[in-house]
Design a protein around this ligand. Structure first.
Ligand SMILES: [Zn+2]
Length: 606
């Protein structure tokens, strides 16, 4: 991994890691960590990135509206009833209900999301709702009966509450949130396990909650270290350390693939605790665990960037991904998985400055979560992505599942995933229509991004500065973008190296304009090395999925025909492939509605 931009990369391909991570290892495998730059890239504040019209802006706006309209008595009901308090209003239902599968489990996430949307929009009603929820929850904490008694998910629910209360303080300015956090922590601690407990899928939930069979205590440290940083309270440092999943992390750091058989989303989420532990404790083992773990996930990913068929990790290269295309409709727990993936790649991008973590984030963004059907007001929610040969988008059978908690959060987090800064300048990670403001050399600077990317290859960026200012603009050049180039103020076009951040140091002036060109080359990726004829077609970061109802007769497609796919000349978001049986239409995941589709195609022997 490189410790700087534009100086080439050193790859540490250690034998054991190669064996562990399989054929897709080359992009991410490393054998040692600890050569990350001294300080990570900084995130911008939520309000510093304002999206223009497009799918990111739309999904954030839809989810803001959803959480703003959630009924507050229904949200508080599981906490009130389980505490033995009076509880007006209705049950929310689904997983969330008072005595249902995961009572109140998403409450903290919705509080987080509201606080983040307030930070993005400045909306007063959103802030007021956060403050009412903090007070409503606070009134249930010290009741005679504990909310956590006979609760299947004490760690999970408490972890999300910690995040929600921290965000209520930091992003919605709630001055009671930290005192509430202290009380919430005292109330939860007696119900937490002694250490990070492995998840036991074979246990019968409901039989014996003391075994913590389905709980996710190994995800606790991330928010605990954050709470320690915000409050300075040692209890949070102690809890962060206590729940570090050291046997899992040490195995990953050694290059042993400890993933197969494990629950996918929660263990990728745990890798964020490893990344956060590295930042908080400065121990290289935790960074190595996060990086190696990520490489092992990448080695068993679909072309969409999704992973975890039936919510579990498989053995890379074992044929499990390809075999599932026949009848496994549960290929990627999409909003939760994307939330964990985007958060982890954000940490790793910030820590290592390796642009390929941004490539991976972008792949998951466009090919999974942006295509999630919106959560309905009655709690029907998108959950699994379907990668079978006759796939359709569906809702989870139960209302208000885990993914209804993570979708509002990940959509808010697009704002902080777009650009990063260091003392030298700005890093542009996502090319989306946006107005970005940041402070450079104590001056307020702004960058406006205009683009139809990833449907088109050109990105225009214009600077607004108080006066001429010397700094570096770093542009992520995706690994597939061979032939990338840029032009500044219409002068000579310069070629750019793919697979790194292109650093452009310069004395910038207001009105300076960068025209970036990222050729959206068509290419094929097989589902696994052993199935070279089962391929997905990609154009730039987009997987193009074949629409089925229009062309039921087409069986296989010639490799060359698929590679010759062209976008509709009238600007629609679909691509055409000419075949002997007539044209075949392909679309990106985010442009598919009710129609049946296939992510993978069979290519004819050439
Ligand atoms: Zn989920």
């Amino acid at each position: 991994m490189s410790d700087s931009v534009n100086r080439g990369r050193r790859d540490f391909l250690r034998q054991g890691v190669l064996a562990a991570v399989g054929w897709r290892q080359a992009a991410f495998a490393i054998g040692k960590a600890a050569d990350a730059p001294a300080s990570p890239l900084a995130e911008l504040a939520y309000g510093q990135v304002q999206f223009g019209a497009g799918p990111l802006e739309r999904q954030a706006r839809e989810n803001h509206r959803l959480v703003l309209e959630l009924d507050e008595d229904a949200l508080l009901r599981p906490f009130r009833v389980r505490a033995g308090l009076r509880a007006p209003g209705q049950e929310l239902g689904g997983w969330y209900g008072t005595y249902a599968f995961a009572p109140g489990a998403t409450f903290g996430q919705w509080m987080s999301a509201l606080a983040r949307y307030h930070a993005i929009t400045g909306d007063a009603a959103t802030r007021a709702k956060v403050q009412r929820l903090v007070r409503g929850y606070a009134a249930t904490i010290d009741a005679p009966r504990s909310f956590y008694r006979r609760n299947r998910f004490p760690s999970y629910t408490y972890d999300k509450l910690v995040g929600g209360l921290l965000d209520a303080r930091q992003f919605a300015g709630d001055d009671t949130a930290l005192a509430t956090l202290a009380r919430a922590t005292r109330a939860a601690v007696p119900y937490l396990p002694p250490r990070a407990m492995p998840r036991n899928e074979h246990a019968q939930p409901g039989e014996d909650f003391s075994q913590h069979a389905w709980d996710e205590s190994y995800t606790l440290p991330e928010n605990q270290f954050q709470a320690w940083q915000v409050t300075g309270e040692r209890i949070h440092l102690q809890l962060g350390r206590r729940f570090l999943y050291d046997e899992f992390f040490a195995a990953l750091a050694r290059g042993d693939n400890a993933l197969p058989g494990k629950h996918a989303y929660s263990h990728v989420n745990a890798l964020s605790s490893a990344a956060r532990a590295h930042l908080s404790l400065g121990k290289p083992m935790y960074l190595a665990a996060a990086q190696q773990g990520f490489a092992m996930v990448a080695a068993q990913s679909f072309a969409t960037g999704g992973w975890g068929p039936d919510e579990h990790f498989v053995i890379p290269g074992s044929g499990a991904l390809g075999a599932g295309l026949a009848d496994q409709h549960k290929s990627f727990e999409t909003p939760c998985g994307a939330y964990a993936h985007i958060k982890l790649t954000r940490y790793l991008l910030r820590i290592t400055r390796d642009s390929r973590y941004g490539d991976s984030m972008e792949r998951v963004l466009y090919n999974t979560v942006l295509g999630a059907t919106p959560i309905q007001p009655d709690g029907r929610a998108f959950y699994y992505s379907d990668y079978t040969r006759q796939a359709r988008k569906t809702f989870h059978p139960d209302r208000w599942p885990c993914c209804s908690g993570t979708l509002p959060m990940v959509a808010a987090d697009y704002a902080i995933s777009t650009c990063f800064t260091d003392s030298q300048g700005i890093y542009v990670n996502l090319y989306v229509p946006a107005q970005v403001t940041w402070t450079q050399n104590n001056q307020r600077c702004a960058l406006s991004i205009e683009t139809e990317y990833p449907y088109a290859s050109s990105v225009s960026m214009t600077l607004q500065l108080p006066h001429a200012e010397a700094f570096t603009i770093n542009l992520r050049i995706p690994e597939w973008a061979h032939g990338a180039s840029l032009q500044i103020n219409g002068k000579e076009r310069q070629p750019l190296q793919a697979g790194q951040f292109a650093a452009i140091p310069r004395e910038w002036r207001s009105g300076d304009r960068i025209e970036l060109e990222l050729p959206l080359t068509n290419r094929l990726e097989s589902v696994e090395a052993a199935q070279p004829d089962t391929v997905a077609l990609l154009a730039g970061p987009l997987v193009l999925m074949r629409m089925l109802e229009a062309d039921p007769a087409v069986a296989g497609i010639a490799r060359a025909s698929l590679l010759a796919a062209q976008r509709d000349p009238h600007g629609r978001h679909d691509w055409q492939v000419p075949t002997a049986g007539g044209p075949v239409t392909l679309k990106p995941f985010l442009d598919i509605d009710a129609q049946s589709y296939s992510v993978y195609q069979t290519v004819l022997p050439s």
